[in-house]
Write a protein that binds this ligand. Structure first.
Ligand SMILES: Nc1ncnc2c1ncn2[C@@H]1O[C@H](COP(=O)(O)OP(=O)(O)OP(=O)(O)O)[C@@H](O)[C@H]1O
Ligand SMILES: [Mg+2]
Length: 212
């Protein structure tokens, strides 16, 4: 997967970014940091098929996302894109296992025990999201995303609820995943050390993406 972001601008009540561009080649990662309200999640939503920008284009493998028809966009969203949201969006009435199983049902890919072990959630699979900790919910949502084998992972504060050592393990898993699956990682984080571990690190500030 190769992601190109070209001349993107977007505003809500106030302008968030103006004319930003960057490239994310296969197996590489980019991090976006910046103050609260600077537009990081909005940028992630635009790049991940969820929100059409006011101006500019997003290309997946050279295809301009928002010029595709609705069916093509849905297929890309279903098969290629994995989004780890800032809030987990787990289904409350389903067990952890059923939540993860959902993406396998959609894609027809088998669930890998190894992934559940690495995330340290094998023992809580029967429990409902309300009965597990915030960090465990976060890891269930990461398992759900990775088990559909996305080509591009969008992660919005994926380690926000995790203690330092679990955060490091989960991050390692995401970096390993993109290397072994020719995928790419788009990471929004407040953790500057984690941000620096990406191939490219940008800060969203004063409408621009600055190297940091
Ligand atoms: N759908 C929307 N409609 C109107 N305004 C929105 C919408 N989504 C976001 N905003 C506004 O855009 C601004 C940027 O929001 P965004 O969620 O992108 O910030 P962020 O950098 O991710 O912040 P945080 O670090 O707190 O998560 C905020 O002022 C927010 O209220
Ligand atoms: Mg945000």
């Amino acid at each position: 997967m190769h992601l190109s972001v070209k001349n993107l601008s977007h505003s809500f009540d106030y302008p968030l970014f103006n004319d930003i561009s960057f490239e994310l080649p296969s197996k590489s990662s980019v991090s976006i940091t910046g103050g609260s309200g600077s537009g990081k999640s909005t940028l992630l939503h635009i790049c991940s098929t969820l929100l059409k920008p006011n101006r500019g284009e997003i290309f997946f493998e050279g295809k301009s996302l928002y010029k595709l028809n609705a069916d093509e966009l849905i297929n890309i969203r279903r098969n290629d894109v994995g989004i780890i949201f800032q809030s987990h969006f787990l289904f409350k009435g389903f067990s952890a296992f059923e939540n993860i199983e959902l993406s396998s049902v959609l894609t027809g890919l088998p669930l890998e025990d190894e992934l559940l072990k690495k995330l340290g959630i094998s023992h809580i699979l029967k429990q409902k999201p309300g009965d597990i900790s915030g960090g465990q919910q976060q890891r269930v949502s990461i398992a759900r995303v990775l088990s559909k084998k996305p080509k591009i992972i969008f992660a919005d504060e994926p380690t926000g609820n995790l203690d330092t050592s679990t955060a490091a393990e989960v991050t390692e898993l995401l970096f390993d995943y993109i290397k072994s699956n020719n995928a790419v990682l788009f990471l929004v984080t407040h953790d500057l050390n984690l941000a620096k571990r990406c191939d490219m690190s940008y800060k969203l500030e004063n409408l621009e993406l600055k190297d940091f």
